[in-house]
Design a protein around this ligand. Structure first.
Ligand code: HPA
Length: 245
């Protein structure tokens, strides 16, 4: 049974090279996941795949049912989860097209359901989130990136913003002062929910643009699509290495 799941982000609604063997609609206590969990083989290894924004990329970041998605993956046997996240690059070395494996998160989202432990059943749980990502999986991903000779940053702090709009120049300056290197809309509450389920979860960020005010001009969807397309080829190579280890 597959124990490795990949959550695809913007630009990764289908996973090239994935030989699909099945699609499973999982009923969860939290409502519907973004779509059926896809079972398949990537370079000969069984994996699970779930496009976060739905098969047709129709669900915006603030409307994603993060709880249902993680519950569904856990229910079908996932133990490790690689999340792919499109981001803007705040710090200079986070240039468009580059991959980054963040090691920290600051959560700026609002109003998202962010825990499984809110059923009023008396169980109050405070998970440890000192290091929000799974150290072992990050290590494997970093080694895989080196083996594939990818242009990849091995650390960085991810700012999770509410979206769906991009940030203002002043907001990005504030994120920078807070110590953030990357900004995206989907990293939280996903990482925290994964930790609540005791999943080994790490993120592979793809820098799609320079964050607001950090580039030469305004950010266009065209620019985002262009760099995501290039970056996804590297993501595919990274995943190929990871499953080969
Ligand atoms: N900000 C937030 N989310 C993003 C960005 C950005 O600049 N680019 C891609 N996802």
């Amino acid at each position: 049974m597959a124990d490795l799941a990949i959550i695809g982000g913007t630009g990764l609604t289908t996973l090239e090279g994935l030989a699909i063997t099945g699609r499973e609609v999982v009923n969860t206590p939290y409502g519907e996941a973004s779509g059926p969990v896809i079972h398949g083989e990537l370079d000969g290894r069984e994996v699970l795949f779930l496009p976060r924004h739905g098969p047709g990329h129709t669900i915006p970041p603030h409307r994603i049912n993060y709880r249902a998605n993680l519950w569904a993956l856990n229910a079908v046997g996932a133990e490790k989860v690689i999340a792919v996240n499109a981001v803007g690059g705040i710090s200079e070395p986070m240039w468009p097209g580059r991959l980054a494996i963040p090691d920290q998160i600051i959560d700026y989202t609002r109003g998202r359901v962010n825990t499984f432990f809110d059923q009023g059943n008396g169980e109050v749980v405070h998970i440890d989130f000192t290091d929000p990502y799974c150290a072992e999986l990050r290590e494997v991903m970093i080694r895989a990136g080196e083996a594939a000779r990818l242009d990849m940053a091995g650390e960085g702090t991810y700012a999770a913003t509410q979206g769906p709009r991009l940030e203002s120049r002043a907001e990005v300056s504030a994120l920078e002062r807070d110590g953030c290197h990357l900004v995206g809309m989907t990293g939280m509450p996903e990482a925290a929910l994964a930790r609540e389920l005791e999943l080994c979860y790490a993120s592979c960020c793809v820098v799609a643009n320079r964050a607001a005010g950090k580039g030469e001009s305004v950010i266009t969807m065209e620019e985002i699509r262009h760099y995501l397309h290039a970056g996804m080829e590297d993501v595919r190579r990274l995943l190929g290495q990871v499953v080969g280890f």
